[in-house]
Design a binder for this molecule. Structure first.
Ligand SMILES: C[S@@+](CC[C@H](N)C(=O)[O-])C[C@H]1O[C@@H](n2cnc3c(N)ncnc32)[C@H](O)[C@@H]1O
Length: 186
């Protein structure tokens, strides 16, 4: 790992998450959290009065989230294992911010019905006025366009508020990405 990537990993994810509207006391769901690159800093931001649900279909990733949380003494992370395209066992309307970073693409969700199903589920979990933060990656690789992808998300009931373009680590490289911020109308 290069020094630059190492340096970014120390503070970069937290800075991105603050821009993505995370605040102390929030309940956050990180869908497709993998090893917790965002779930762990999210837990630091929301603090003891908040809660992070780290959700993935990959048990190995969730074990790593748990290991890191224990190492840092973070008791505000619940790891949630889900079946691929299965239910997400969290109470409806209770989440302030949902992260879907580097997950919503043709590698994991090739069929529109699978994407619609995910978007419907996260829409239900979010509280009115809550934020869906989506880092869209691999679009060109799967022949998708931003326009079509954003339309699928807004068709599921979200309203696009803004985008920002941070540099972050993706596939072991520092790259500039687009993060789109949606709200669930209240
Ligand atoms: C490329 S990683 C992104 C990890 C993290 N969000 C990040 O940006 O560093 C994608 C993760 O999404 C998870 N994932 C993909 N499809 C999923 C599904 N249908 N249900 C739950 N998790 C899924 C994978 O297991 C993997 O851990």
């Amino acid at each position: 790992m290069t020094d630059k990537i190492d340096k970014w990993l120390r503070n970069g994810p937290e800075a991105v998450l603050r821009k993505a509207a995370l605040r102390e006391g929030y309940r956050v769901l990180d869908f497709g959290c993998k090893q917790g690159r965002y779930a762990i800093p999210a837990a630091r931001i929301v603090g003891d009065s908040g809660l992070v649900y780290a959700v993935d279909k990959d048990k190995q990733g969730l074990r790593e989230v748990k290991r890191q949380a224990d190492k840092e003494g973070l008791r505000n992370i619940n790891t949630v294992h889900v079946a691929q395209y299965g239910a997400i066992p969290i109470r409806a309307g209770t989440i302030d911010v949902i992260l879907i970073y580097d997950v919503l693409h043709g590698g994991y969700f090739p069929e529109k019905a699978q994407r619609d199903n995910l978007l419907r589920k996260v829409h239900t979990l979010l509280r009115p006025g809550g934020v869906l933060s989506c880092c869209l990656t691999h679009l060109r690789q799967f022949g998708w366009t931003y326009k079509e992808t954003l339309a699928e998300i807004t068709d599921a009931g979200f309203r696009l508020r803004r985008q920002f373009r941070p540099t972050l680590v993706h596939e072991n490289k520092l790259v500039r990405v687009r993060i789109f911020q949606f709200t669930k109308p209240g």
